[in-house]
Design a protein around this ligand. Structure first.
Ligand code: TRP
Ligand code: SF4
Length: 362
């Protein structure tokens, strides 16, 4: 039995490669050299794509393209979100027009978060951190699903004629009215940028986790019926929670927020699940397993830019009996530096965020 990807369920992906055969996602391998400056690409964290060649052509021929992403404002902005933010910034630097959709309709329908709370979380957590991480106001469009322009709503509503109930069931399984509504909203998010009055018919890329692939498949299908360009997508691996399992904003023990105070961050890091052995002796003899270590993962995704340094840590762990205590100390120094500097960048970015809000406030 093949798995079904569920955008609103618990997705645990044992083997990312399986997604290639089961869903036709393609490996990102062939772009690795071309974009080796991006640590997520270089390290195989961005592992898959659909139609990314279109985006590469646009970049190479200096033609416009759009990157759109949506955020579900549901809690603290953590290191998993930082990974997505840095991909947005990467595309912005490559010349993309950036659309950020605050999915407050989806978070209301699917998670019961009020529009007021969603707005506050979107601004204080997501937008402020995006700016602090380096997203600029250049070619940046931010909008709320619940508060946008007529053309978007007209387009969204018209989309409901473009798929049958059976198609939706085949892709999503069990349906509810709220799910169906959220689905067409997301299709509209991704495709409306191609309408006149927005960015027009240009290639679009959506960086997502594999749980969002059902939306991508449906959107690509509908795009072909509407004579729009089928959007491209890239797929990134999920970050593991500090205790194993999923990193999630609703479980504070699973993540460190980018605004976490230092003592709390330190405590979480020191208590994180490692790939270390039960005793120091065993660790010396057998070495640890960095591939199963939340501390190592933080360094791979975020805290160590230099590949040689990372390899050094990897090898000390596997073959030199580096103790997890020592390793966590090294990691903490890096984390402490990042969090401290990030606070300053958040402060410095306040003006830019206020500007942004002024533009998007009705
Ligand atoms: N469903 C997405 C999530 O759960 C949010 C989202 C809404 C989105 N619209 C989008 C993502 C458009 C990418 C593109 O995070
Ligand atoms: Fe993880 Fe470091 Fe321990 Fe290795 S030594 S298992 S990388 S914490």
């Amino acid at each position: 039995m093949t798995q079904r990807l569920d955008p609103w369920g618990q997705v645990k992906i044992e083997d990312y490669r399986k997604l290639f055969d089961e869903f036709g996602i393609e490996s990102f391998e062939k772009f690795k050299n071309r974009f080796s400056e991006n640590r997520y690409v270089r390290r195989g964290i961005v592992f898959g794509h659909r139609d990314f060649d279109k985006i590469v052509s646009a970049i190479d021929s200096k033609k416009p393209y759009v990157m759109i992403t949506g955020l579900m404002p549901s809690g603290k902005f953590h290191f998993g979100h930082k990974m997505v933010a840095e991909q947005m910034i990467w595309h912005q630097k490559l010349g993309a027009e950036i659309y950020v959709c605050v999915a407050d309709m989806e978070s209301y329908l699917m998670r019961g978060i009020s529009f007021e709370d969603a707005r506050k979380i979107a601004v204080d957590e997501y937008l402020t951190n995006y700016i602090a991480l380096g997203l600029t106001e250049k070619n940046l469009h931010v909008y709320f699903q619940s508060d946008y322009v007529v053309a978007y709503y007209r387009f969204r509503d018209s989309l409901s004629g473009k798929a049958t109930l059976n198609e939706l069931k085949a892709i999503y399984g069990e349906l509810t009215p709220s799910k169906i509504f959220s689905v067409f909203t997301q299709v509209a998010d991704i495709l409306h940028v191609q309408l006149g009055g927005f960015s027009g018919k240009v290639p679009t890329v959506v960086p997502v986790g594999p749980d969002q692939d059902p939306h991508i498949r449906l959107t690509r299908d509908i795009a072909s019926k509407l004579d729009l360009i089928q959007p491209s997508s890239t797929y990134h691996k999920f970050m593991t929670g500090l205790q194993g399992g999923k990193m999630s904003s609703s479980d504070p023990k699973s993540h460190i927020a980018l605004t976490e105070d230092l003592p709390s961050a330190k405590k979480k890091l020191m208590g994180a699940k490692t790939g270390g052995r039960a005793t120091a002796e065993e660790q010396k003899k057998l070495g640890g397993v960095p591939e199963e270590c939340a501390v190592y993962e933080l360094m791979v995704y975020h805290l160590v830019e230099d590949d040689k340094e990372l390899l050094g840590i990897h090898d000390s762990c596997t073959s030199e009996g580096l103790s997890c205590g020592e390793c966590k100390k090294v990691c903490w120094e890096k984390l402490e530096k990042f969090l401290t500097e990030h606070q300053v960048r958040r402060q410095n970015g306040k003006k830019a965020v206020e500007n942004l809000i002024r533009i998007i406030q009705p």
